[in-house]
Unconditional design. Sequence first.
Length: 91
Amino acid sequence: MAIELSKEARAQAVASIERYFREHMEEPIGNVAAAGLPGFLLEEVGPTIYNRAVLDVQERLQARVSEIDLEVHEDEFQFWRKHERASRGRK
């Protein structure tokens, strides 16, 4: 699954890369070079980040599914127990 950025997100990424180079590197990066980095990073590193996020979601969902019985459990065969409690309370 290819990871793609919207036009607006790509523009923000390029602006952020240019700013990072201006403020943290000895030489600024040109617009053309900065524009090429998001595509490279998405193709090269993006799948690793994406796969890690999928794994994190799977772990969270498995934890939630394993606890679902606690949230939705209903005790079985409770009619007579409730009935006996109610009749004791009326005496």
